[in-house]
Design a protein around this ligand. Structure first.
Ligand SMILES: Nc1ncnc2c1ncn2[C@@H]1O[C@H](COP(=O)(O)OP(=O)(O)OP(=O)(O)O)[C@@H](O)[C@H]1O
Length: 448
């Protein structure tokens, strides 16, 4: 076996561990060996155009990352069909595959490949792939919204990285909205608007993160409006993220929000428990593929950090560092110990933000004399279901968060279960005076 076959076999082992059985068997298992090594590229022949495209679209960054891990020379893989080999020597292709430079503020770490897809983000992910496949054609602008830390930047940057992976000549520029404001005001003050225009107009793809930050910055918005129209009219792809739908943006001029609404809007919701667990496992294996953390510890983290993946990831990193610094095995007790300060801070900030879902849950469980576990758990006796439905209803009433998000606070129930519960309580309150008294009492205790 030559060294490249040996490298490929090592990569295969990792891929088998990282991806599902179906993906592995369909895509990777049939590839038994490499074809040749030329100009820093290891050529592998795959059986169809379809497999070749799937690999380059979804798995190239991971394969190249594993190549770096297992091999001390800079090599890259190139997947080709037998047909491609006939015209393999296109110099353009070679540049594409070996190029690892990321201009335009793109972060290599964000790819489609390491974005875990679940119910909460499937539509956003699929449309992002389409936009990346045909920039400027499928959806322009492409507007992604969702709560803090749920993967908007990751998805947006994955589009940019994908576009560059496929054509190194594409000029992709990522900017956070505050960076845009800063650039505009600085260059305006220095009378260097030509530099500004060169930076923002001579591009093919513009990614603007957290557009809500532009609220109130009227001169910047005017300039952004001009830029938007210029890029749009030249069929350049514009991608925007925000913490809310365009229609709910405050202090952003309506000529901008109406343009955002004219494109395609997708949202990212809070992932359910299984999805969060898969994300945690993928993060863990990307930090260290050999690190073995038991499922109960991962479940503890995934169920303690529900609404923000960044926080959940931070908790995992903290636990790994804590265990390694104190030379401890990672057990559930060690996890409690390591994460206790984070959980306390979270609780305090929940109180400060008045996003106090816990309080509603604890007041309701106390009122009905059942445990908190039974309130949020799966038992179906009416002794538990009525209080559970009331708690869901009150959280919706007080915070108006999505039904799906409320479901995650009750053992990952789905959107329709929570919706049905809220409607049921709303109807019963109209007919049942005793229930109304009970709910009013609970509300007073929650507000106390
Ligand atoms: N589906 C996912 N799969 C893998 N990682 C994810 C996923 N969703 C979020 N993450 C990770 O969570 C972290 C936070 O994500 P990101 O920065 O994209 O969130 P955001 O929605 O842009 O947040 P903000 O509103 O604060 O800008 C990142 O490390 C990202 O990789």
């Amino acid at each position: 076996m030559n060294i490249y076959d040996d490298l490929w076999n090592k990569i295969l082992k990792d891929l088998e561990y990282i991806y599902s059985e179906e993906v592995y068997n369909e895509i990777f298992a049939p590839i038994k060996s490499t074809h040749k090594f030329q100009n820093g590229l290891i050529f592998i022949i795959v059986e169809s155009e379809f497999i070749k495209n799937r690999i380059s679209r979804m798995y190239m960054p991971k394969i190249n990352e594993l190549a770096t891990k297992h091999f001390d020379q800079a090599v890259r893989f190139k997947f080709v069909t037998a047909q491609d080999l006939i015209s393999e020597d296109s110099p353009k292709d070679r540049v594409l595959t070996i190029n690892t430079y990321r201009p335009g503020n793109l972060n290599n770490a964000y790819s489609f490949d390491n974005f875990v897809v679940g119910k909460s983000n499937t539509f956003a992910f699929r449309m992002a792939m389409k936009v990346a496949d045909q920039p400027g054609v499928v959806a322009n602008p492409f507007y992604i919204f969702g709560d803090v830390g749920l993967g908007k930047t990751h998805l947006m940057q994955a589009i940019g990285n994908y576009i560059l992976d496929n054509d190194v000549n594409q000029r992709v520029l990522y900017v956070k909205a505050d960076g845009f404001i800063e650039d505009f005001t600085n260059l305006l003050r220095k009378e260097k608007m030509d530099d500004f225009n060169h930076k923002y107009r001579d591009i093919d793809v513009l990614l603007v993160d957290d557009i809500q930050i532009m609220a109130g910055a009227n001169r910047t918005q005017m300039e952004f409006f001009k830029l938007f129209d210029y890029l749009y009219l030249n069929n350049k792809q514009i991608i925007i993220t925000s913490d809310k739908p365009a229609s709910e943006l405050k202090n952003i001029m309506s000529r901008l929000t109406s343009r955002f609404e004219a494109g395609l809007t997708v949202d990212i919701q809070v992932p359910d428990l299984d999805h969060r667990l898969t994300i945690l496992k993928r993060k863990l294996s990307s930090f260290d593929p050999n690190n073995d953390v038991s499922d109960d510890v991962l479940e503890f983290i995934a169920s303690s950090f529900v609404t923000n993946i960044r926080e959940m990831e931070g908790a995992l990193i903290r636990l790994l560092s804590y265990a390694s610094a104190c030379n401890l095995d990672i057990t559930l007790d060690v996890a409690y110990e390591a994460l206790d300060p984070l959980l306390k801070t979270k609780k305090r900030s929940n109180n400060l933000n008045e996003n106090n879902y816990d309080k509603i849950q604890s007041v309701v469980s106390e009122f009905y004399n059942i445990s908190l576990q039974d309130l949020i758990g799966k038992k179906r006796h009416s002794k538990y279901t009525l209080p559970r439905h009331i708690a869901m209803y009150l959280i919706k009433l007080k915070y108006n968060i999505p039904y799906k998000t409320i479901g995650t606070l009750f053992s990952d129930r789905d959107h329709s279960t929570v919706l049905a519960a809220c409607e049921k309580i709303e109807n019963e309150l109209r007919q049942d005076a005793n229930l109304k008294i009970a709910v009013d009492t609970i509300v007073k205790k929650v507000d106390a």
